[in-house]
Write a protein that binds this ligand. Structure first.
Ligand SMILES: Nc1ncnc2c1ncn2[C@@H]1O[C@H](COP(=O)(O)OP(=O)(O)OP(=O)(O)O)[C@@H](O)[C@H]1O
Ligand SMILES: [Mg+2]
Length: 439
């Protein structure tokens, strides 16, 4: 786009953007008005007033020039100057102060130029004092210094108008901002509800604000409900099927156990296998939802899990973790199930597992590493798909899984606004599985 280069410099937040959209026209309008109108108007007025004073100065000069000697000139000029409210002095020489004026004197230039135009004999114009202007005029009787009150030369300064404009502008912007904030609040609330849902939390939200925002809010609520319904349906269907199959399976197993041992044994093994599969289905079905949010210490979940494995004599070690003691609302059961799956994989495909947890303000990261063969990068995506088992050759002696473990973990991560990342373990040489959850 044409303004692409501008993008990095623009504010990202809706509030700041809206504020700029609000302020920019107000400020540019004020600038335009003050430059075009005030400047021209005040300069015009100044020019007219200065021209009038120039006539008086010219009169004084003419009177001084006409006088026969210096003494007469002094009395004659004094007689005219006092009713004109001009203070005159007759310095022996013109002091060399130059045309000085304050930096904040915007009309000074116009005043000096106009006076010189009207009275070419002006030697010097000093505006060092805000309230008066001293003009030195060369006359036939020597230099004449005239003090003219400043208010007779330029219109009283336009500051008042500027101040009123700035104050009013600020006031209007504030009021507009307050209104705007009320309009933006429903959007931020909706964004918050959507973010929460992405992390698997259903927070109360009621659409509000302008019609368009309300419509978007309604659509979001609709979508959230539809998703919830779908997840529930999936869970119900899968658990229903698994549950219904369990009763006949149990009956079958009972029947088989009554049969001749040697013949029945492989069949019993098959039935057991089927039951295990059914349990996996149930797990998968439940992975998304079900258990309520609990406020727990994420590192604590891992420590208890490692202790459980230690009790069963399984080689799972806890590596140094960070951020223990935080209290975070999580689906604790689901996370325990996910970690259980990762550690189970590590022990099944490797010999030892090493785990750790890292909690920051923004995210929770569980790391499970093992010393097994790992998963080649091009197969990692495939490994997290439901019912996918890699490379049957290497799985042979590993007992028969269903291929749902990593899919369950990925699902749980997603429902917490996170992800499952697979990479190579530098410490152990096998697979490094990272379960990242958003806080
Ligand atoms: N730690 C690991 N090291 C090496 N390969 C792994 C590891 N974890 C998973 N895999 C590979 O990824 C595949 C998918 O794993 P997943 O956990 O989804 O299924 P599974 O372990 O085969 O069965 P289930 O976990 O459902 O009993 C596995 O079949 C295995 O080939
Ligand atoms: Mg597994």
């Amino acid at each position: 786009m044409f303004f692409k280069w501008l993008k990095p410099y623009l504010p990202r937040g809706l509030y700041t953007r809206a504020l700029i959209i609000l302020i920019l026209p107000v400020v540019s309008l004020q600038l335009l008005v003050s430059i075009v109108f005030i400047q021209r108007h005040f300069e015009g007025v100044t020019r007219q007033m200065t021209a009038a004073v120039a006539i008086e100065l010219r009169y004084l000069r003419d009177v001084a020039d006409a006088a026969p000697n210096r003494a007469t000139a002094i009395t004659d000029v004094a007689a005219i100057a006092s009713p004109l409210e001009l203070a005159v002095t007759w310095p022996p020489v013109v002091p060399q102060v130059g045309d000085d004026r304050l930096w904040s004197d915007f009309t000074g230039d116009t005043v000096a130029a106009r006076l010189r135009e009207g009275v070419p004999q002006i030697a010097q114009v000093s505006m060092a004092d805000r309230s008066r202007v001293t003009v030195w005029v060369a006359t036939a009787q020597g230099p004449l210094a005239v003090d003219v009150p400043r208010r007779r030369l330029s219109a009283s300064n336009p500051h008042q108008l500027l101040v009123i404009m700035v104050v009013l502008g600020a006031l209007m912007t504030t009021i507009a901002y307050l209104f705007l904030r009320n309009q933006l609040r429903p959007i931020t609330r909706m964004a918050q509800a959507a973010t929460d849902y992405g992390k698997g939390r259903i927070t109360p939200y009621s659409p509000g604000g302008a019609v368009e925002v309300r419509a978007a809010g309604m659509a979001f609520l609709d979508m959230r409900q539809r998703l919830e319904r779908q997840i529930q349906q999936r869970t119900m269907m899968l658990s229903g099927v698994s549950h219904d199959l369990r009763t006949p399976l149990t009956r079958l197993r009972l029947g088989l156990s009554l049969l001749d041992d040697a013949e029945a044994e492989p069949m019993i093994r098959d039935v057991d296998e089927m039951q295990r599969l059914l349990d996996s289905f149930l797990d998968y079905a439940r992975s998304g939802v079900g258990d309520p949010l609990e406020t727990v210490d994420p590192v604590g979940i891992l420590t208890t899990l490692v202790a459980d494995y230690a009790r069963m004599d399984r080689p799972v070690t806890l590596a140094p973790s960070t951020g223990a003691g935080a209290n975070v609302p999580l689906h604790a059961l689901a996370i325990r199930r996910a970690l259980d799956n990762l550690i189970g994989n590590a022990l099944r495909y490797g010999h030892r597992a090493q785990v750790s947890a890292h909690v920051t303000d923004r995210a929770i990261r569980y790391v499970v590493e093992d010393d097994g063969p790992g998963i080649p990068p091009d197969q990692r995506e495939e490994a997290t798909r439901p019912f996918s088992r890699l490379d049957p050759a290497r799985n042979q002696d590993a007992g028969s899984g269903v291929g749902l473990g990593l899919a369950i973990v990925a699902d749980i991560a997603r429902s917490h606004g996170g992800a499952l990342r697979l990479s190579d373990s530098t410490d152990m040489g096998g697979l490094k599985a990272e379960l990242v959850l958003a806080r």
